[in-house]
Design a protein around this ligand. Structure first.
Ligand code: HEM
Length: 231
């Protein structure tokens, strides 16, 4: 029986917060929604390769969804999911630390993958990146993006990435995102009970290909601007 079914079926009740498997499921589902968002966002940004008009039309479409209400519904949902994801991660980490004596903790660390150990560090870098990214390309705070012009998403994108330290920061953050997503997909499939020798190669391939696509396409944006392919 998958791990999920065994642990959730206690007294016929599903108490997500008190059961560690319930919390893992919450992390997995919220994480999966983010991966979906990042994938769609990355595909939408491909309009940059079609020119200023296409990208600006796409940005205007997003801003105008449901008479401007759609973007706010999206923001509230994403913020709620991010808070649930972070609180669940902290709560599970604290439980793990409390349950394991120091010697055992060291042993576990040895068998963990590099990606799983780096989850906490990549998460912190991503949190900083998301705040920076919103101030940079959505809010257009003058301290972060001095030449920001509302309703010119393409111009903001080009001018933003022409600043090479900013591009380098984006590239580092996107590499962290790749690692985080790789381990996220791996853990998500484990939480769903697919950790089986029969499926492990497939799980590894899906995690690797998906995160590689996200890293390569996202990194292509700052590189295309810095190299003058997009102007
Ligand atoms: C190089 C890669 C990226 C580019 C070129 C890019 C570009 C943009 C642009 C132009 C906007 C503003 C859209 C508008 O105002 O209509 C935006 C918004 C946003 N981006 Fe990105 N983005 C990138 C990577 C990411 C990543 C990796 C994440 C998440 C981890 C992310 C999350 C967001 C969010 C949450 C918004 C705000 C949507 C809103 O509420 O208006 N972006 N991005």
């Amino acid at each position: 029986m998958p791990l999920l079914d065994m642990n959730l079926a206690r007294d016929g009740n599903i108490c997500f917060w008190t059961s560690s498997v319930g919390r893992k499921l919450l992390m997995a589902v919220t994480g999966f929604v983010f991966i979906g968002f990042v994938t769609i966002h990355m595909l939408g940004n491909l309009t940059a390769y079609m020119g200023r008009e296409s990208m600006n039309a796409y940005a205007a479409f997003l801003q105008g969804m449901a008479h401007g209400g759609g973007i706010w519904i999206f923001r509230v949902i994403m913020l709620t999911l991010i808070l649930v994801h972070i609180c669940t991660a902290i709560s599970l980490t604290l439980d793990n630390w409390a349950a394991r004596p120091e010697g055992y903790r060291k042993q576990c660390r040895k068998s963990a993958t590099w990606a799983s150990l780096s989850m906490r560090y990549t998460a912190c870098i991503l949190a900083v990146f998301i705040v920076y990214h919103l101030l940079h390309l959505t809010v257009g705070w003058s301290q972060v993006h001095p030449s920001f012009v509302h309703s010119d998403a393409y111009g903001n994108f080009i001018k933003g990435f022409q600043n090479w330290p900013v591009s380098v920061f984006y590239i580092i953050a996107i590499l962290c995102l790749g690692l985080h997503i790789w381990h996220g997909i791996w853990s998500f499939s484990q939480t769903l009970g697919w950790a089986h020798p029969r499926y492990n190669t497939l799980r590894r391939h899906v995690a690797t290909i998906w995160s590689l696509i996200i890293v390569c396409v996202n990194i292509s944006y700052p590189i295309a601007v810095l190299s003058g392919i997009l102007i």
